[in-house]
Design a protein around this ligand. Sequence first.
Ligand code: ADP
Ligand code: ZN
Length: 520
Amino acid sequence: MQQVSDPLQILHDVFGYGSFRPGQEEIVQTVMAGENLLAIMPTGAGKSICYQLPALARDGLTVVVSPLIALMRDQVAALRNNGVEAGALNSSIDEEERRRIASGVREGTLKLLYVSPERLAHGNTIEWLARSNVRLMAIDEAHCVSQWGHDFRPEYAAIGEARRRLDGVQTVAFTATADVATRDDIVERLFEAPPRLFVHGFDRPNLRLAFAAKDNTRKQLLAFLDKHKGESGIIYCSSRNATEKIASMLESEGFRALPYHAGMDQSERDRNQDVFLQEDGVVVVATVAFGMGIDKPDVRFVAHAAMPKSIEAYYQEIGRAGRDGLPADTLTLYGMEDMRLRRLQIEDSGMSDEQKRVERQRLNALVSLCEAPVCRRQTLLAYFAEESPPCGHCDLCQEGAISFDGTVEAQKILSGILRTGERFGAEHIVNVLVGETTDMVARCGHDRLKTFGVGADRAKGEWRSLIRQVVALGLASVDVAGYGGLSVTERGWAALKGAEPVRLRSDVLRLRLGRRRKGQ
Ligand code: ADP
Ligand code: ZN
């Protein structure tokens, strides 16, 4: 068979699509150019094409490592349906299938081989692959390699070994988890040098984003729902108890509201889920147990009655609204108590110090989004490393925030970061600004700095918020892979020189997110 290598033609002839989705073509080109890459794309963005297409356009075998047997089966069936020779090696296949795969690999007719990480971990499998013409290794759900990911799988360690045995074969990794700590960890564990990085498809322009500090949950939810009478939606709560209470409150206000949480009978849960899926205008009041694998296109709103667990979780949860592409509304209520609780959970969790550090940074990132001084979408996408202009329809774009000219505050923070050598985290900078002589401050002699005590006019909680805002604005950045040290960015330098005024929010300064201190 004549090798076709025009990607667009393969896209059309084999997969039956008229055009690439955003990001796909560039990734395909990069794969075909032989480069290693890590691509971060949300579920449904179309990752598979990114490695399947190059597999067909070039000689040799592409090995796809995937942890989900059901998913492998679907993909192989779909590929065969399109006339592509593909197979899957995992615990569920029979002897005949295994032989078919072996001969396809021997004769070079098999283009794509899906392998579970358990299989890959077998010395035999690696030896056999080393003797086969493996051209490309594609790693699906690459976050499974990282302990910081939400789905760490020890078997993924076999991938590193396999790559070494395959002489560092070209490797492309895919994940929907965009968390920076996880991302850095994936790079470190899978690659010997940083690969090309692609981030695509996180923008969901039809979702309206809004946040509000919790003041009266009942009133705030009712005001939000008032705009969505007769529509389907989800309200996320942080406890089982809260789902029951809010559901019955909504019932008494005339809504069709059903609770959903892991403590309910399976049959009752299934029933509520079915009602939500099949009928119009049902509000499910749920814990995060609800939503996995639910594909209802016309969910018109998602509200969080309490702060979500992380930006990742937030994104997943609001992502269940507006799958049909039509406008959908979201509201997230957050409060000081949520933040404090989350902080305590982290400190008391029994995690390693390093893991706690990562979790604290995740929490800070989420709080930065709650307190964002500019467009929510911009701030959210910046977290995923995607750039975008202000969206024009989030709460901040429409209503703005109560802000003040925070140029001087920003300069105090930035100069505090600089004078302490751009090595310290927010807590130390706060201590220097308010003039508190902690052990660390004394040990480093930072009580002799010019910035020591220049911020004594504000409470520590206010400075913490201002620092998060300065980071959210891109004036300073956090070393997430290391110890959370702050450094001044190019834009931060411009702000230090007073190039343009810095607007900061004053309405969020009341919220305090203090770290509980040991023994003090
Ligand atoms: P992911 O692995 O990122 O979750 P998939 O690769 O399964 O996503 O693709 C999601 C859906 O989008 C699939 O149904 C796929 O057929 C479809 N799809 C992917 N690329 C395109 C494209 N260029 N044009 C149209 N549909 C596409
Ligand atoms: Zn906006």
